[in-house]
Ligand binder design. Sequence first.
Ligand SMILES: Nc1ncnc2c1ncn2[C@@H]1O[C@H](COP(=O)(O)OP(=O)(O)OP(=O)(O)O)[C@@H](O)[C@H]1O
Length: 586
Amino acid sequence: MSKYMLRHKLIYFILIITTLMGITLELMIAWFLSAVTDAAVHFDVDRLKNVIGIGLLMLAGIGVNGYADAYFKNNVSAKIRNELRQDMMKHTLKLPQSYFDRNHSGDLLSRFTNDNQSVGEACGQVIIGLLRNPLLALAAFAYLLYIHWLLALICFAMGPLMFLTGKVFGKAMRNNSIQLQQNMGKTTSFLNDILGSSMVFKSFSIEPRLFKQYRKHSENIASGELKRGSIEGATSAVSSLLGNMTFLLALVIAGYFVAKGSLEVGAMLAFIQLMNYLVNPFSALPGLVASMQQSLGAAGRIFEVMDVPAEVDSFEESKQQTKTPNFQNMKLSDVSFTYPGAEIQSLNQVSLELIRGQQIAIVGPSGGGKSTLFKLLLRFYDADKGELSLNEQPIGEISLSRLRSHFAYVPQDSGLYSGTIRDNIRNGRLDAGDEEILEALRKANAYDFVMALPQGLDSEIGEEGTRLSGGQRQRLSIARAILKDAPILLLDEATAALDNESEKLVQQAIRKLMNDKSTLVIAHRLSTIQQADLILVMENGSIVERGNHEELLSAGGRYHALYYSQLEREEEEGQMKEAMLSSTGH
Ligand SMILES: Nc1ncnc2c1ncn2[C@@H]1O[C@H](COP(=O)(O)OP(=O)(O)OP(=O)(O)O)[C@@H](O)[C@H]1O
């Protein structure tokens, strides 16, 4: 954290000045009390007038200093939070895919929000409090010694008592806030999942169940907060008891010294005021230390993410390439791969070659390794064994940005972000003008529906594209890939069935996208891949069959079985649809 704080040396310097000024002004109040009382006791009106003048100056000083102090504390806190947020985002965008596969996005979200907030407070309010309180206590004690050393030493004994109380309650408070933060993190993750998939909870009608789960999360937070309330209540009761005790004790002892004639009445009042400055910091310190420790924990969670090694390429390098790269072939030889920490191999001696202009389809049961194959091609993970090469060059020798510039990826779930349609399509190629975007939309059969929207290209896409239909989202995702104009198309065919019309439009768009491209497609519906040059059947991480549609059908193996079982299913579905239509009279 010191790296971030040192960037704002000037603000911290100003804050040290305002803190010292604040302490001086506090001591001046004590002095003011004694000066006014003494002037009054001695009927000295002239002195009273002078003192009042100083009092007015003091008030002005308190106002200006208080404003500057609060302003700069918030200022430095906001600046550091902003820098941390940006650095964290910059790093998060560079994190390897394995990190995202392993960690819950809600947890990451809570590091961006709750932890960032907590660290920000530590850099402003808390650290200055940690500086101010001991200094104030020290200054007050020095002044007390100056007024009456014996009385000062007697009263100083109260300090450790306050400190002990603060420490006991501070510990309880820290444990409570750790628990509370964990519960808040869990709740954020839960909300993140639920609110991002409203279709699922609605279609399964699990709202009551989800509400019950959420109620539990919410009650966990509430019970932590209630506990905090009782700890705070006890802290304030004990501190106010001790504070009042100190006040009364100081009053009685000081009264005794006044009665004996060794202390002026004015000095007694100053003394009582100074006692507060001496004792209060002792009770505030443990709370501040606890808060600092909590923030250090939060900083630890932030830097834990920052310390995850980034993907090998530097951020600067991974800028989008604007020129269409040259592609000849991509080869995999005996590639095997097991996910870190997994026991089962996900790819087992996979070999294949994609040649310029060729279309290869990968089919097979779920969990067969199809998506893993894509992840290795894009170098989200490195193979444990075997070789992957692009244009006869091992992919480990090619920068990630250059490697990835060869691929246009169309994911199953469209992967659109919130923002306008223009922004989303432009993610395909950042320097594309409107004309090129419109052309891509035309090719993707998306032009008409986009233009029919009141704001056209400027229409905002709702969360993950929820304001658009499934087919429309897919066509926008295809338009984005068309705009990228990369030589290899990686297509993860959506499993979700679209209605006939929409399906036709999407298939047309895909065919246009495949034009002149080399394609690797994960196919779930075998009817769409009969023209592929090569079909690979993957099962348990291995390619168990390869050939074109006719060859595989006549071989009578896995593909044959898959094809006919799917055909049967589609026929059944077709018959059911017809039956439904005729029963409704259409
Ligand atoms: N991040 C991961 N960590 C550990 N194992 C994983 C991970 N992702 C996938 N696997 C495992 O790797 C195997 C292959 O998974 P993969 O996602 O490649 O299958 P798939 O053929 O694409 O399946 P689907 O058609 O359902 O998408 C599976 O056994 C799966 O459980």
